[in-house]
Design a binder for this molecule. Structure first.
Ligand code: HPA
Length: 234
């Protein structure tokens, strides 16, 4: 049990996939896990534990933003002894060099968020993935023949803003994509000496206002989900 995850001790696996959306976590658990059990539903933030190809795995939700993933990933690492969290999410592209449904493995997250500073005294405005999951993800994608690019992302604190221009922090750190969580996940993992990676599927091209359809939200995310699941059993 922890403050925001009411699972019993031992009900969360060592490896966790974190989607932003609880219903996406439910979809993945129902479609890909064997013997999936709902182990926490505090605030309707669902966690399911089952097995994938005989390996114990938990799939759950982080909510949106550094504040939210900061809470869930901290409790998973500390109260449930989780070793590895792979975030699976969507992102916007600041540039038309990225295409809808491209899959990205995040090598570092840059942010204007004060999360890392106030939580752990980490002054850096860019934080790398932690541990070996990033490399395992690259190897897995190569084995599965799924195209995957490594890149930096901007973990933004804002989804809506008055200016369309690329924010300074993203320009400074050469971030072609934007999401809202990787920075806090990587900060927690760095402080706690745990493993964390972030896989993203491009859902919006910001300069052209293109975005993926509702159907693509179901099927377009499958390559990313497949890479994450197969990485866990690698
Ligand atoms: N901004 C922030 N996060 C996102 C976006 C975006 O445009 N698209 C998907 N996640």
């Amino acid at each position: 049990m922890s403050l925001h995850i009411n699972a019993t001790q031992g009900a969360i696996a060592k490896n966790v996939l974190l989607a932003g959306d609880p219903l996406r976590a439910k979809y993945i658990a129902e479609k890909f896990l064997q013997n999936a059990l709902l182990v926490s539903q505090t605030r309707n933030i669902f966690y399911f534990t089952g097995t994938y190809k005989s390996q114990p795995l938990t799939v759950g939700a982080s909510g949106m933003g550094c504040a939210s993933i900061g809470i869930y990933s901290y409790e998973l690492y500390t109260d449930f002894n989780v070793d590895c969290i792979i975030r699976i999410g969507t992102c916007g592209a600041y540039t038309t060099d990225l295409k809808l449904l491209d899959v990205l493995n995040v090598n570092f997250a840059a942010s204007e968020s004060t999360y890392a500073k106030y939580a752990w005294g980490i002054e850096d405005d860019a934080i790398a993935y932690q541990g070996n999951a990033f490399e395992k993800i690259n190897e897995t994608a190569a084995t599965l023949n799924i195209p995957l690019q490594s890149c930096a992302v901007h973990s933004s604190d804002t989804f809506y803003r008055s200016h369309a221009a690329i924010p300074l922090i993203a320009a400074k750190n050469n971030c072609p994509a934007v999401e809202m969580e990787a920075f806090a996940l990587f900060a927690n993992a760095r402080h706690l000496k745990k493993t964390a990676a972030t896989l993203l599927t491009v859902s919006d091209i910001l300069p052209t206002h293109e975005n993926i359809t509702a159907d693509q939200r179901e099927t377009g995310l499958l390559p990313m989900i497949n890479i994450a699941l197969e990485t866990i059993i690698r």
